[in-house]
Design a protein around this ligand. Structure first.
Ligand code: SF4
Ligand code: SF4
Length: 91
């Protein structure tokens, strides 16, 4: 008998998991962003993305879809430009 380990994977897009977030939320300084996409690669929710827009330095900057962000802080940890700061969120 097969026992499923994962039940209905890929539901993140349907369930706004950002509601699970506690305390901290990433705040991005678009001017500091160098468009390296490290945050996109490390984000466990896959919600860091480029809009294709450029900052005043001509660098394409990255956004976060906070509807799905769990506030883990990995993006801020890995950002080489220190463009992401975890800020306490008032709910
Ligand atoms: S805090 Fe975590 S979940 Fe939120 S955007 Fe950064 S890496 Fe993704
Ligand atoms: S890791 Fe930092 S510098 Fe790189 S794309 Fe993300 S916000 Fe921009």
């Amino acid at each position: 008998m097969k026992i499923p380990i994962t039940v209905k994977p890929g539901t993140t897009a349907r369930v706004k998991t950002g509601n699970w977030r506690e305390l901290y939320v990433p705040e991005i300084d678009y001017e500091k962003c160098i468009g390296c996409s490290m945050c996109e690669k490390i984000c466990p929710e896959g919600i860091c993305f480029s809009t294709g827009e450029k900052n005043s330095k001509g660098k394409i900057f990255f956004e976060k879809d906070l509807d799905y962000c769990k506030g883990c802080g990995l993006c801020a940890e890995i950002c080489p430009a220190k463009a992401i700061e975890m800020k306490r969120e008032e709910k």
